[in-house]
Design a protein around this ligand. Structure first.
Ligand code: PNS
Length: 163
């Protein structure tokens, strides 16, 4: 069995919920690739370089001593998985509302790449309500996001919305 798994996302920005899924994925697979999608259609708040930097810093601090590589991609997910020789895509599922979209993406990826399996990890109950969109909204009004995002992201959000 291949032991490389890919955890993809927009990570705009990375949250404590993402870190939880990445850490748990890293305990199941020998090597994890965290793929930060360029995703211009989603009109991200942070540039891809900033999202990459935030993810790298947070993962280095919160998941030390684990084999986790963080890289940007601007292609089909399955092509990025192949580039890194990952045979598994791991996504977090928070609630039923996530299911339809994730199910559609997983099935499309399965049609295009039957050799790559998608596996879902249920979000920790602490983070089921958490989303990058909600974080951005709270931070944009000066609300407190401590504990919901890693410390470096908290600082980046404060800098972004105070400038
Ligand atoms: O964090 P997100 O926004 O839910 O992540 C979505 C992501 C980046 C995993 C998804 O948009 C994606 O896989 N993009 C790459 C393009 C692609 O492969 N599309 C076909 C599958 S539907």
């Amino acid at each position: 069995m291949n032991s490389i798994a890919l955890c993809p996302g927009s990570f705009d920005p990375i949250t404590s919920g993402h870190l939880d899924v990445i850490e748990r994925a890293a305990s199941l697979y020998r090597k994890i690739i965290v793929g930060v999608a360029v995703n211009p259609l989603k009109k991200p708040l942070f540039s891809v370089d900033k999202r990459l930097e935030m993810a790298k810093t947070a993962i280095a601090e919160y998941c030390p001593d684990m084999e986790i590589i963080v890289d940007v991609f601007d292609s089909l997910l399955i092509d990025f998985a192949r580039k890194h020789e990952a045979s598994v895509i791991i996504k977090g599922l928070r609630a039923v509302t996530d299911f339809e979209h994730e199910f559609q993406m997983a099935q499309l990826n399965q049609v295009m790449a039957p050799d790559i399996e998608t596996i879902f990890l249920m979000a920790h109950s602490k983070f089921t309500y958490l989303s990058s969109s909600a974080i951005k909204e709270i931070a944009s009004y000066g609300g407190d996001v401590e504990g919901l995002v890693p410390k470096n992201v908290e600082i980046s959000l404060r800098e972004h919305f105070s400038s």
